[in-house]
Ligand binder design. Structure first.
Ligand code: G
Ligand code: G
Ligand code: MN
Ligand code: NA
Length: 252
């Protein structure tokens, strides 16, 4: 209850911060995208991970204003970053189901894109498999979002339940292989799930991102498997906005 009460004032007291984790495109060896990950700097408890406060935010409904703050901040900072480095960068933002199903979510996205002047193709929205189980609700919202020009990624793919026919019908652009499968990659062994997801992505004409890449062996394997993009500690941890510009320049 204490943490929930504190969370009410976290936005207005400027206690929420976005960190960004770069993604490396393997074909071009360019860092052209990043994922925004929220953190909470609690005045007494220090840094709190989203694993500990996003569930509270979802339960209390605070995910709606927090999610809006995350979107607005990610778009504004990405626009600023593009101007700073003079090159386009895409940002991926995680969504919660309650936020997505909130009455005017699509309008919120439209307003934020307009207000921040970030071209919509540089915003990617991340949903998870479990959110797509009720396709009758999800489909119209995703279609409206697509009409704004943003792209949609399926996060943590392979971990949850996902019907292959839904996957074919949903207007998504990208699959993110859950890091559990990436962890299983061994130097000599094959990882059939990773192979399968990459091959499926090609057939469905989707981009594929491998998450949680930590070793050169994993990178090598993903290069050979023709994975499009990698994300993980091997490239960079999630880092504060002020550090992202120099990191992107270094990686380009
Ligand atoms: O950054 P970290 O690995 O600690 O993130 C833990 C979890 O929190 C991940 O599942 C991530 O998707 C989620 N998360 C991070 N930022 C956000 C956010 O802005 N909104 C939502 N809904 N989830 C987030
Ligand atoms: O659920 P989602 O994919 O949005 O969560 C992303 C989370 O994964 C972030 O909280 C980030 O801190 C974490 N992460 C990013 N790269 C790595 C990695 O290489 N290894 C591990 N263990 N976690 C990572
Ligand atoms: Mn994610
Ligand atoms: Na993920």
């Amino acid at each position: 209850i204490t943490l929930e009460n504190d969370l009410y004032t976290a936005i207005q007291d400027n206690q929420l911060v976005l960190h960004y984790q770069p993604q490396l495109e393997l074909k071009t060896n360019e860092m052209i995208s990043m994922e925004a990950l929220v953190r909470w700097k609690h005045p007494e408890k220090g840094w709190i991970t989203p694993l500990d406060f996003i569930p509270i935010a979802e339960e209390s409904g605070l995910i709606v204003p927090i999610g809006k703050w995350v979107l607005e901040t990610a778009c504004r900072q990405t626009k600023e970053l593009q101007e700073l480095i003079g090159q386009p960068v895409r940002v991926a933002v995680n969504l919660s189901i309650r936020q997505l199903f909130h009455e005017n979510f699509v309008q919120v996205v439209r307003d934020i894109l307009k207000e921040t002047e970030l071209p919509p193709e540089y915003l990617q929205l991340e949903i998870t498999e479990s959110m797509t189980m009720d396709t009758s609700y999800m489909m119209p919202i995703l279609n409206q979002l697509k009409e704004t020009g943003v792209t949609i990624a399926m996060d943590d793919f392979g971990k949850g339940y996902s019907s292959l026919s839904y996957l074919k019908d949903l207007p998504i652009d990208c699959l993110k292989i859950d890091r559990e499968f990436v962890r299983n990659i061994e130097q000599t062994n094959s990882e059939p799930i990773v192979d399968l997801i990459i091959s499926m992505s090609k057939h469905l004409n989707l981009k594929v991102v491998a998450e949680g890449v930590e070793t050169m062996e994993q990178l090598e394997y993903l290069l050979n498997s023709e994975c499009d993009t990698i994300q993980g500690y091997l490239i960079s941890k999630p880092i504060p906005f002020c550090n992202i510009a120099k990191n992107l320049k270094r990686l380009r």
